[in-house]
Design a protein. Sequence first.
Length: 152
Amino acid sequence: MGYNTHTLSQEEAEGYFHSLRPAIEREALLLWIARDEIGIIGTIQLVLCQKPNGLNRAEIQKLLVHSRSRRTGIGHKLIIAAENTAVQLRRGLIYLDTQSGSSAESFYRAQGYRYVGEIPDYACTPNGNYHPTAIYFKRLFTVVQPHTAIQN
């Protein structure tokens, strides 16, 4: 949930968010932004799987909450917005990853996400250290499977 903005320049941040435009235009990625009277306080992305065998799933990415707004419910509101939209789009399986051992893990557990496991040396921090990531999922609804009669 946190993000190290001390090592990220304004230009890099803008470049990253501008790079999302093609996926947003294709409706493969949905982006929410939370604001207060001062400015942007949070964001979340929902990436819709485009593979034919994965049209029931989506990935939560970049749930970021500004330090001045942490523990105010913004993260919860953002994830609820993404989950509600996922349900509307018939995406009942949501998954995400977050740095192992981070405070985000307890947040996701509190939102009903289940821990799957850990991948070592998954992401590199700006100082060059690799850290493991924790994988979580949440089932918003169960996919109803059609039954095929067995013929004798």
